[in-house]
Design a protein around this ligand. Structure first.
Ligand code: E4P
Length: 215
């Protein structure tokens, strides 16, 4: 399974990409609004760090505006993916942009029917938001299960990009279901590394090692 960083923060992206296990980045208008500087420069910089799919989202809500913004975003860098919302205009824009060879990530997906529409429109990625579904008392991971079933039936090439991951269990559940990608805030990626028994075990090995050298 691929692991994307859900952030626009250059320092966090550099820090995690340096480890060598990051495959791409997702941003959204909220995440980019937190970062200083021009958002286009930030996206370009992110592409140079990760060298994998980097999603930048349109803010227009009408078809013509999405097409214009989508083409501009795609021109920022060869790694850019255009994110469009899962609306009627968004699906229509996805079909048009994908037809021009632009990679599209259809975002704000909250139902299997919506995911099916994104796949039919030629999306490279569809982003179901598990955490936000959990927030309103539904089982976000059930949505992933249903999308995986549907896409498998028809061999859709659209990748399932599990978004709104809030903790490591979301990542593990997504991997168990065979989702293609999980995108996580830096803190969730950091948490994937942690286990107290690793720390305790390492401490003991290091404490014991000097006696091995003194034999
Ligand atoms: C995905 O592309 C979105 O940027 C993101 O995962 C949203 O997560 P949130 O629900 O934690 O804001």
């Amino acid at each position: 399974m691929k692991l994307f960083i859900d952030s626009g923060n250059i320092k966090d992206i550099e820090r995690l990409a340096d480890i060598g296990i990051i495959d791409g980045v997702t941003t959204n208008p909220t995440l980019l609004s937190k970062e200083p500087g021009d958002y286009r420069d930030n996206l370009k910089k992110i592409c140079s760090i990760v060298k994998g799919p980097v999603s930048g989202e349109v803010t227009a809500t009408d078809f013509a505006g999405m097409i214009q913004q989508g083409r501009d975003i795609a021109k920022i860098d060869q790694y850019m993916v255009v994110k469009v919302p899962l609306t009627r205009d968004g699906i229509k824009a996805c079909k048009t942009l994908a037809g021009e060879g632009i990679k599209v990530n259809v975002t704000l997906c909250f139902s299997p029917a919506q995911a099916l529409l994104a796949a039919k429109a030629g999306a490279s990625f569809v982003s179901p938001f598990v955490g936000r579904l959990d927030d309103v008392g539904t089982d976000g991971m059930q949505l992933i299960r249903e999308i995986v079933d549907i896409f498998r039936n028809y061999d859709f090439p659209t990748e399932i990009l599990v978004a709104s991951c809030r903790h490591p269990i979301h990542v593990i559940d997504a991997a168990r279901l065979g989702a293609d990608i999980a995108t996580c805030p830096p803190g969730v990626i950091d948490a994937l590394f942690n286990h107290p028994l690793t720390n305790i075990g390492l401490e003991k090995f290091l404490k014991d090692w000097p006696s091995a050298l003194s034999h």
